[in-house]
Design a protein around this ligand. Structure first.
Ligand SMILES: [Zn+2]
Ligand SMILES: [Zn+2]
Length: 335
């Protein structure tokens, strides 16, 4: 099969490699769409993920959809040919955290596209059968690839334990910010403010009836505070900015992955205001509810702007992710 493999920073090559087989308990997926996550770009840029360096030319990509191509032994479905979405957090099911119902924190977690496990930027990938679920009818593969970021938003909203009266502030209207916001709206939140410096990205939340401003300083000028602030920008300085716009006694949910990893902030703010700082890790048991939100029209992922690339253009798709053009929330590669 053809696969896009990362050899070194900014060095992606299209290789012919053996097609994987569906092992026991696995489903072989013919990949049809891969959404490029900023975390893919970071590995491509830095050559490591939180210090872990790939030990082989690795295949990236963990936000994907495709068709069932084959079933391994012991697997009864979905039938071959079924379009599916895939939850890419593969837990052992046996450690103490899995037994407590926290598979996203599994001590032996496998995440395709985190070194050393190959991801989905290839024609085929073998996945655990319980990580695969049929897409709703008439769902495009591109939208199917966005089910994973939707699950990230769903997990963050669940962990934040929102109250009906909460005023929510979102820092960043990229794909993760928009997915988190869409879930919060679907759950009944109506008082929403978005901070987004990129002019073109302000349209999407504005169309949904959100108040949208260009910087967190503007929130201060307008006297706007969030009961819950979702940090979705991945900007290193945004954690302190989030603290500055959170109401005393409020919460900050860090959904974005700060880059660089080390974050510092003035501790006076969270201490005096008794703020709660929460972190979410990918998603947990989110696949079925994400598909339900999509199937019932409670969230419309098709409205999010994407750009399509072929597998040969994978490097372009990664570069576009870094450039963050305002009219594209995600680059979608079609292997
Ligand atoms: Zn991702
Ligand atoms: Zn486990």
């Amino acid at each position: 099969m053809r696969a896009a493999r990362l050899y070194a920073p900014h060095d992606v090559r299209i290789d012919d490699i053996p097609t994987p087989e569906a092992g026991p308990g696995e489903v072989l997926v013919r990949v049809r769409a891969v959404s490029i996550c900023p975390s893919d770009w970071r590995l491509y840029e830095d050559g490591h993920a939180s210090g872990v360096v790939p030990d082989h030319p690795m295949i990236q990509g963990h936000e994907f959809s495709g068709d069932v191509a084959a079933l391994g032994s012991g697997v009864s479905g979905p039938p071959v040919g079924t379009p599916v979405a895939v939850e890419p957090t593969w837990a052992c099911g046996e450690c103490d955290l899995c037994r407590e119902g926290l598979p996203n924190l599994c001590r032996h977690i496998i995440f395709p596209s985190f070194p050393q496990r190959d991801g989905a930027l290839a024609e085929y990938i073998a996945c655990p059968a319980d990580a695969v679920s049929p897409l709703p009818p008439d769902t495009s593969y591109g939208v199917g690839a966005l089910i994973e970021p939707l699950g990230v938003g769903l997990h963050a909203v669940r962990l934040a334990e929102l109250r009906a009266t909460d005023h929510l502030v979102f820092l960043g209207a990229g794909a993760i910010g928009m997915c988190t916001l869409l879930v919060a709206r679907a759950k009944g939140a109506r008082d929403l403010t978005v901070v987004e410096p990129l002019c073109e990205r302000r349209d999407w939340p504005a169309r949904l009836g959100c108040k949208v401003v260009a910087s967190y300083e503007e929130l201060g000028k307008q006297g706007i505070e969030g009961d819950v602030v979702f940090e979705c920008s991945g900007e290193n300085t945004a954690v302190e900015q989030a603290m500055r716009v959170t109401r005393p006694g409020g919460k900050i949910m860090v959904v974005g992955i700060p880059h660089p990893d080390v974050v510092s902030f003035d501790s006076t703010i969270p201490r005096r205001c008794e703020l709660t700082l929460l972190f979410s890790r990918r998603s947990r048991h989110a696949l079925e509810e994400s598909l339900h939100l999509l199937a019932t029209g409670q969230v419309d992922l098709a409205a999010l702007p994407t750009r399509n690339y072929t597998l040969d253009q994978t490097q372009e798709a990664l570069d576009a992710t870094a450039a963050r053009p305002g009219d594209m929330l995600r680059a979608i590669v079609t292997p």
